[in-house]
Design a protein around this ligand. Structure first.
Ligand code: PLP
Length: 400
């Protein structure tokens, strides 16, 4: 009989994928399903980026490349960090992998010993805690609810640090909440880290270009260079350039860490796909105007979603600074009764009832470690969003 390794205990493929599968089954059965669960931009990879991928294939760029990134892609990443973040990194301080997800995986595998602790502000992108566990570490979850804007507070960070703490994982703007840290908030967290030199900072900036109301995302390294010798910047092309399927993410940090991460990658996947790297070069070096234009189109969707959610009795939603997610509290609906007499005892109950009765797929806060909330991804066409919110409002009005 099959016996999984102990390190997989408590881990499963993500709840988001399971909800997606149920949504697909309902759609296949002929129901008008609207999926607000996906963490994926709804627009297409830019044409000049696709063309660069095609040209790479046709030009024979189809073999193994340098282990953790071609010189051309590393140069494009260094140029991007300089141009957009005001940060100077050399190619030896940059690494490329099959998605930001693999960057995080490489970093944890390269640094965690059994029992090492990683502080994760909660709610968090599910992958963070799963990777820490696979790498033998212990996720230390700090609840950050809407009363603190879903942001880690310096005092809570200070209280969570122990001699075993190796990393703090920050994600700004955040999946699932859309909350983003301004420079002063980052400085306050860095000040705490200055008192704990054993703690490194991983900063996941993959949504940096998707911000609203003039909010400007700033990297902690740009806020205070004192953190640079123990900071790993994580980023990628998936969200900014609608390139989720190409699987290219990158990291920037101290050369010794980057080198250790390359050892992990060399024995797992080797280099990321050659043609995808060529396409990523085109994305990073090419025109950037589409990136801003898309952020503007997300802004209108955010306004609609937040406004409509807050108009529903029992639901409250904080205005996100970035990303394409709204993380709404459904605390006011917990304990309510559906028309068929079922009691909604949790956010999981609420989300599955919405899906089964109104064919709208959302993800419960429980999947991200904080209840009772639910996440709506608004990387969806405006008309569909409007229809989905009509249905959610109508469904909630039937609760007693
Ligand atoms: N980081 C965050 C916070 C994300 O939400 C995602 C994707 O959902 C990623 C990283 C991973 O992106 P990729 O592995 O496609 O680069």
């Amino acid at each position: 009989t099959f016996r999984p390794a102990a390190r997989l205990e408590g881990l499963a493929v993500s709840e988001i994928l399971r909800i997606g599968a149920r949504a697909k089954a309902l759609a296949d059965a002929g129901h008008p399903v609207i999926v607000l669960g996906a963490g994926e931009p709804d627009f297409d990879t830019p044409l000049h980026v696709k063309a660069a991928g095609v040209a790479a294939i046709e030009g024979g760029d189809t073999k193994y490349t340098a282990l953790d990134g071609t010189p051309a892609l590393k140069a494009a990443i260094c140029a991007k960090l300089q141009r957009e973040n005001g940060l100077t990194y050399t190619p030896a301080e940059v690494t490329v992998a099959a998605g930001a997800k693999q960057i995080i995986y490489n970093a944890m595998m390269a640094t965690l010993d059994a029992g090492d602790e990683v502080i994760i502000p909660t709610p968090y992108w599910t992958t963070y805690s799963a990777i820490v566990k696979i790498a033998g570490g212990v996720p230390v979850l700090i609840p950050c609810d809407d009363s603190v804007g879903f942001k880690l507070q310096p005092a809570a960070l200070a209280a969570a640090i122990t001699p075993k703490t190796r990393w703090l994982m920050l994600n700004t703007p955040s999946n699932p909440t859309g909350a983003a840290y301004d420079a002063a908030e980052l400085q306050a967290l860095i000040d705490v880290l200055k008192t704990a030199p054993q703690v490194w900072l991983m900063t996941d900036e993959i949504y940096e270009h998707i911000t609203y109301d003039g909010f400007k995302c700033v990297s902690p390294v740009a806020v205070d260079s004192a953190i640079r010798p123990r900071c790993l910047i994580v980023n990628g092309v998936s969200k900014a350039y609608a390139m989720t399927g190409w699987r290219i993410g990158y990291g920037a940090g101290p050369a010794a860490l980057i080198k250790a991460m390359a050892v992990v990658q060399s024995q797992a996947t080797s280099n990321p796909a050659s043609m995808a790297q060529a396409a990523a070069v085109a994305a990073l070096n090419g025109p950037q105007d589409e990136v801003a234009a898309r952020a503007a189109s997300f802004a209108a969707r955010r306004d609609l979603v937040v406004q409509r959610l807050n108009a529903i009795d029992g639901i409250t939603c904080r205005q996100p600074e970035g990303a394409f997610y709204a993380f709404a509290s459904c605390a006011g609906l917990i304990g309510a009764r559906t028309p068929s007499g079922d009691v909604l005892a949790s956010d999981r109950d609420f989300c599955s009832w919405l899906l089964e009765s109104s064919y709208v797929a959302t993800v419960p806060g429980a999947a991200f470690g904080l209840q009772p909330y639910f996440r709506i991804s608004y990387a969806t066409a405006m008309a569909e969003l409007e229809e989905a919110l009509d249905r959610i409002a109508a469904a909630c009005s039937t609760l007693t």
